[in-house]
Design a protein around this ligand. Sequence first.
Ligand SMILES: [Zn+2]
Ligand SMILES: [Zn+2]
Length: 1014
Amino acid sequence: MSFVSLHCHSDHSLRDGFQSVEQMLSYASALGQTAIALTDHGTMSGCGEGFRYADKYGIKFIVGCEHYLVPDVTIKDKFNQHIILLAMDKTGYRNLNILTTMAHSENNFYFKPRIDLSMLDKYNEGIICSTACIAGCQSKIPELKAIFGDRLYVEIHTNTMPEQHKANVEWLKLAEKYDVPFYAATDSHYTVRQQATYQEMWQVGDYQNPPDFYMYDEDEVRKALSYLPHDVIDLSISNTQVVADRCDFKPELGNNHYPKSPYSSPKDEVRMRVWKGMKEKGLDKDATHINQVKHELGVLEKVDYFDYLLIISDMYNHCRSNGIRTGVGRGSVVGCDVAYLMGITGIDPIENDLIFERFAHTERVTPADVDCDVPRSKRQDVIQYLKDTYGHVYQVATFNKMAEKAAIRRACEAFNVSPKHTNAISNLFPSIEELDKCDDLPLIFTLPDEFDFFKKTAHQFLGKLQNYGTHASAVVVMTTDPYDFCAVERFSGTNGAQYNLNYDFHDLESMGLLKLDILGLETLDIIENTMSLIKKDVTNTVPDIDNLNGDDKSVYRLLWQGKTAGVFQLEGNTVKDVCSKVEPKNLGELTAVVALGRPGSMDAGATDEYIARKRGLIHPDGETVSHRDVILSDTFGCMIYQEQVMKIVQDCWGLTLGEADMVRRAIGRKDKEVMQKVIDDLSKRRNSWNMTNAGVHALLEHISFASGYLFNKSHSAAYAYTAYQTAYLKAHYPYEFYTALLNSNIDQEKAMDYIKEAQEVLGQDKEVVKPVSITDSKSEWTMDGNSLRMGFTYIKGVGNAKFSKPTRDDEMGLEEFMNKNINLNKQVCANLVKAGAFAVDPQWGLDYIDWFKTAHKRETECKERIQHYKGVGNDKQVQSWERKLQEIPSAPEFSSYSTSSSTARQMQMEVLGMSTIPFWLEYDRSLCNNKIGIFSVTKISKFKTKKDNKDMYKLFGMDEFNNMRELLFYSPSRQAEEVLQNLKQGDVVLIQTRRWNNDGSLWCNDIVMAKKVA
Ligand SMILES: [Zn+2]
Ligand SMILES: [Zn+2]
């Protein structure tokens, strides 16, 4: 006789559970339980982890769920009763998945996932049911018995709440009356008793569990139920084992459930597509490609990837024939020549010196993994295609576990720390380790033990499931429904409810399901939208963006200058800086930039080393050119790619590339023990480089150190090409590119960064951004000659509001606009006026809208009443309402307004974050010429030059075309310095300029304050 916990919650019950599935299983195993059931509230999403850890802890894992049972799911009512359902076998598991999916479906979900008796009636086979807790379904025992028969149990609970004692006695009477067996349940919400406090902290304001809902051992169960007769206690315990023995379900792992491609011989089909690709690319006489393809096809057949590659190839062909742009690829598949020739990837692996074995080899067969990029706006179309072709496609859930910073912040929430102090604590302690080092925090935690308790709480919160999400790229493709494997659960995301497979994709993959990575990449939308704006040239062509040769100087110049807004992967400040320092001049060097711009490489000093070597400041070590230097020659003797390590071990120790990839994997795991084994193995082999033992050790040490930052070159090269594509469009079609960029999925703040850069790059002597205009603008940004015309969506508070445009933009235009859009939100109208969409005095515009909205309402009312009273023949009332109609005030007089330009500018700033109204209208500009310009100051800073320690001033100013300029003063004159030192934001100055820099900044000589016109 031994006790088995059949009612347990994990952190998948979110705020109501305070143990991970792994903790739960490992603890139950330590207690000597033979089995354990997971019964989270309304979700089976923890079961994937349950299967994963059951073998590890040598315990039988029972799949279950504590569902919400309602009288009738078609009625939207919050009342529900808890019910425990456990899967006995394959059929039960499938039914439980169906029930859970139904509970989460749009129709049945109402605050909670809900099921009712009619659903249980249909899908009860293979399921054991029990009546659950004090919020349970004991009142439904007769109905449940009719459905489940001898598969129904009554639970009695071990907690010490006084009402529980009474309930247990009551429930035992029901069990006897209806002849239903019973068992003891602990309803564990955490592992050990001491965690009760932390669980309470974890819940913060949610439903509370009193402090004895932990994992009991058998003695504790007996003690807790000691007020019941001995034989009842014995039976309640032995029945848990009976139930555990009745349940025996384990998912089948390792079987392949991939959909098949529709071809009778996938091998012949792949071969055919490869040769076709070779012909099209003019490579059918190229011996290197021919030999490589032969080698790859042999390996791909052995590892059984043909169907997989055809499924992807078909998907890409579908995209191409439907005008959906596909990416050049990412990850190790980019090293596969077969994939390149089939059109799955877009860069030539031979030309880029990539290695196929990084993707596939026979030394270790793994599921094929090809990442597919499609435009963000087209991702659903691609998923729909897969659905139409294979039957079932689902997105996949993600489980966001609490990281260190989040755990500290959540602890702050539990301790009621103010938001201000929470931010301070979060900045002070980036990790829990840092937090532990601190002894006290007197301003926030005044009691001596409180801070200590706080630290323990943060520790306890670490790693707990925080919330569910939807995987950005993973989709599972099946030819059958998913219920043999998992359920479909509802997750509330930022875009409303999402319905996802409820296990981690790794768990789904190990059940043999096909996961495809389809990422919606905004950059592809930007490329596509730029291309559609580019006018065909005289030869009726647009640039062949997929076949650029990568040596365009103007493209690299842009990158050196750090003008990388919208350039794929090179936007971040760090990588932008690396790019300026490396000064790449071909795709190979750009590939290095992508690898070197990552934190790992920077921290290890590899980035600086590369830059120094490229500039010739350091030469490769060694007297003569070594074998190693030959392999590393592309990167100036620096080891930065995993592929380089593969080539070194291949060349030096004669390993096959497959074996070399195993070495790479071992190194990549960053496990000291594994690493040492690799070093020992290789040291024993004969090396063909004639290295001494010391030399071998030094090389392996170096590889081991570099393993911390080495990057996949296939991935880097593909990213570099996409970066180049975007930079190419930007260099040659800047207006088209910036228009597409501004129309991408960004907020106003990001858009302003882009606008600023566009002004620097394009606006040397012209207006780059044209203001929003009610007649000329569209909802999106458009190209307007050599300018970018602001779109309505850019205006704060207007967004995607729909309205009809007037035929003119003056005061009559506003009148027409209001009449055409009578029901349009007042704020939208006002913000259009503030943005300057109408060529009217803005204050008049706002007053007019006010007047229109009130007067219109009143007028409608009067006219309705007049109509009504005319109908009933009440002349007196008719006259009275006609008088009221006459009394409605007339519109404000246009000519009596004269709003100052600075007020109008302020209104624009409010809704656009910038202003297109000239700031200089009120200033004397008689001195201005092509050397002297007028600027409005926004920011000023002073520093010393590094070279000669002279004073430098840098100020940001708006020029008369409203473009933001960087103005530089080097060692200014005494008079100029006096002006510079006293400048404030908003000051208007006249500046004498000397020359333009390439990056759009200006060298300046002189500066004086501008005078207002009298
Ligand atoms: Zn319950
Ligand atoms: Zn429960």
